[in-house]
Design a protein around this ligand. Structure first.
Ligand code: NAG
Ligand code: NAG
Ligand code: NAG
Length: 293
């Protein structure tokens, strides 16, 4: 399937869900761990109601275990999702580390502007501005999918990269064409899309999920577009590229390729999980993050 077709399929799905297709609440349960989408974890309570004002938007974030020593771990979720998808990972990591969860612009509890054109640079600069305002001068970035692309965009900006001590790039990609062409045919994708719509309606009752989802779909159909030479500029000594051995969303060869072009980076493959590893096996995901610290 061409990228244009992928894009159109995504947009058609969103329009469809925005109209009259009933939302499914049952979970995908087909046996193997990598084929399931467990219930979205809960964020530790109480959930922050404060937000950071950035460029006309309000960005939700929350700090956990600020009393812990060490560099804060910043968790950057994937497309259409929000920080709660990292809920179990937050619970584990924040036992011993300071953790900061952020909802990227438009996602979860964070708002967007009607005329925004989402880019990974935008998300990188939003996150950087938020951390600077919070006095966080250095951080460990942990990005998942679109959050991984946001992490790579952050590493490619010398100002932002200088504040990143280590980066864990899970299910990342250098191009929109790294998307697996059969992803949108999978049951887990359908479940995730319908669940996202339901969650968005709860988190932002006055927002328009179709409008938001169309912006995300356009982003994912057009960006990123980094060459190998672009990625070679990243200081790989602080980067771990992580992949899932059953990733159904990003082509399976991508993690090894990213690691090969980001000289000096490490490569970790998580076992028996898919693109949704942080909800399928939070324990293994958190252990892989702790291993780089
Ligand atoms: C890098 O990020 C900083 C901080 O957000 C921003 O001011 C700067 O314009 C960015 N540089 C580039 C080349 O995008
Ligand atoms: C939601 O957004 C879509 C896409 O921008 C738009 O076509 C639709 O009219 C909007 N719906 C409402 C109720 O505003
Ligand atoms: C795409 O995902 C399917 C599983 O959904 C997998 O069997 C296939 O090998 C993947 N394709 C690539 C190019 O990674």
């Amino acid at each position: 399937m061409s990228q244009l077709a992928f894009s159109l399929f995504t947009l058609a799905s969103l329009l469809c869900f925005g109209q009259s297709t009933p939302l499914h609440s049952s979970h995908v349960r087909r046996g193997e761990k990598w084929e399931t989408l467990p219930a979205t974890p809960a964020l530790p309570t109480p959930v922050n109601t404060a937000t950071f004002a950035q460029d006309g938007t309000k960005l939700w974030f929350q700090k956990y275990n600020t009393a812990a020593t060490g560099t804060p771990i910043v968790l950057i979720h994937g497309g259409l999702g929000y920080s709660a998808y990292f809920g179990d990972v937050i619970t584990i990591l924040s036992k011993t580390h300071p953790v900061i969860a952020v909802d990227r612009r438009g996602h979860g509890r964070s708002t967007y502007n009607a005329d925004d054109v989402f880019t990974f640079d935008m998300f990188a600069q939003d996150t950087y501005a938020l951390l600077q305002a919070e006095g966080v001068t250095c951080a460990v970035y942990v990005g998942w999918s679109d959050g991984a692309a946001t992490t790579l965009a952050s590493l490619l900006n010398t100002t932002i990269a200088s504040t990143i001590t280590k980066a864990f790039v899970f299910a990342g990609f250098q191009s929109f064409s790294d998307t697996n062409s059969t992803f949108t045919d999978t049951a887990i994708y359908a479940e995730f899309l319908s669940r996202s719509a339901t969650e968005y309606a709860t988190l932002q009752p006055s927002a328009n999920f179709t409008d938001f989802g169309t912006k995300v779909g356009t982003l994912e159909a057009t960006l990123p577009d980094w060459s190998d030479a672009d990625l070679a500029k990243i200081d790989g000594s602080k980067v771990t590229i992580a992949g899932a051995d059953h990733d159904e969303a990003v082509n399976l060869a991508v993690p090894a390729h990213l690691s090969s072009v980001i000289t000096g980076s490490s490569l970790v493959m998580l076992k028996d999980v898919s693109h949704f590893a942080p909800v399928q096996d939070a324990t293994a995901f958190a252990a892989a993050v702790e291993a780089i610290l």
